[in-house]
Design a protein around this ligand. Structure first.
Ligand SMILES: Cc1ncc(COP(=O)(O)O)c(C=O)c1O
Length: 373
């Protein structure tokens, strides 16, 4: 298989960069004495998870129960499903536990923890449950200073078929920043809010086995992790144009690109159209606050070198790129190929069925992506 002949659009994954990115976060975890439970939503791929967890205990974070099922079939048996559980998913979660998986769930809702305990008792299973905490992102989670932040752990602790497994947060607001200083402030907030809540719970007599935090920007720049037990970054394994613009990594660290073919050229308008549209790249915006012209991806040549061009607009199967340099325009024929470094690798990967794995510029393998819910 060759990147000049495989079908397009398709994913190219640079295995060397994956290994390098894995080593970087693995070192941060080891240096700080915390457990690593990487979020595999970025790749949904067993081979990538094996690289990420090498030298660690194999624990994973997932974003769908389909990921939990697929990865457990491949021997990953300690899994946190890091989207708040709701009653419509209880029976699927019970089936996963019955298959021998240590599946931890999260909630920020007292009534749901009661219903989950009932369902677990009837099914004869036990769940580990973590309290989802809002450390400032304001997506999900209890506010740490409210009575619920103490009350829900107590209820989980008292429930017959639930174990209170600790507190978990995700500083997603670390993406809404424009400088390393801002990311560091959010990283410290993520850590400090959680450590303070754990101390409060402990002083109220509630044991807190795990304090779990993590986003790629915050973990990439955190100064210390005292009081934290576990980190759950995900995107770092591929990084992307957003993270490189934000400063979590360099452009040279980005491991995932989309191979695309030119399907149309318009000399008058100095533009080309590639066959990677919104479905192949995702329509996620980049770090627009820092780079207003970020568009929908950086255009690279086949060797992976930047060309300075961007994918400026997208429809479902079409990407538009302006080519202002006449010499470059003449070199790009219909059927020529480029690589595109997308803004958000997690959303890009989730649109595809597999990765074409690159070693030294050659495709050497094909790794499956486990999609679905
Ligand atoms: C709950 C949770 N934990 C961890 C992560 C990993 O964050 P990142 O991809 O920034 O590393 C995410 C990402 O969305 C998340 O939602």
């Amino acid at each position: 298989m060759d990147i000049r002949t495989i079908g397009t659009p398709s994913l190219l994954l640079d295995a060397d960069r994956v290994r390098r990115n894995a080593a970087r976060i693995s070192d941060i975890a080891k240096r700080n004495g915390v457990r690593l439970r990487p979020h595999i939503k970025t790749h949904k791929c067993v081979e990538v998870a094996r690289i990420q967890t090498a030298g660690h205990n194999g624990a994973l974070t997932v974003s769908t129960l389909a990921e939990a099922r697929a990865f457990s079939r491949h021997g990953f048996l300690d899994i946190t499903y890091a989207v708040p559980i709701e009653c419509g998913k209880f029976s699927e979660a019970i089936d996963i536990v019955r298959n021998g998986v240590k599946l931890s769930l999260i909630t920020d809702d007292a009534e749901t923890s009661r219903q989950l305990d009932d369902a677990a008792r009837k099914a004869g299973v036990r769940f580990d449950v973590l309290l989802k905490v809002d450390c400032g992102y304001h997506r999900c989670g209890v506010e740490p200073h409210t009575p619920e932040a103490i009350e829900i752990p107590r209820r989980i602790n008292d429930a017959e078929n639930l174990n209170f497994a600790g507190i978990l947060t995700h500083a997603g607001h670390s993406y809404n920043t424009t400088s390393k200083e801002e990311i560091l402030a959010i990283a410290r907030q993520e850590r400090d809010v959680m450590v303070a809540l754990a101390e409060k719970l402990r002083s109220d007599g509630v044991e807190v086995p795990t304090v779990s935090i993590g986003s790629t920007p915050s973990i990439s720049c955190i100064d210390h992790l005292r009081g934290v037990d576990e980190i759950r970054p995900g995107n770092y394994i591929f990084f992307d144009a957003f993270q490189a613009t934000l400063g979590s990594c360099s452009f040279d660290d980005c491991a995932l690109t989309v191979l695309a073919a030119i399907v149309h050229r318009d000399r008058g308008r100095k533009k080309i159209i590639v066959d990677a549209g919104a479905i192949a790249l995702s329509k996620d915006r980049g770090a627009v606050e820092i780079d207003p012209a970020c568009g929908y991806g950086h255009v690279l040549d086949l060797e992976g070198n930047g060309t300075g061009m961007r994918v400026e607009s997208l429809s479902q199967e079409h990407g538009t790129i302006h080519v202002l340099n006449d010499e470059v325009f003449e070199s790009l024929k219909v059927g020529s190929r480029v690589r595109i470094l997308a803004n958000h690798s997690c959303l890009t990967a989730a649109q595809h069925s597999h990765f074409n794995v690159l070693e030294n510029g050659k495709i050497v393998d094909r790794w499956e992506i486990h999609r679905g819910w």
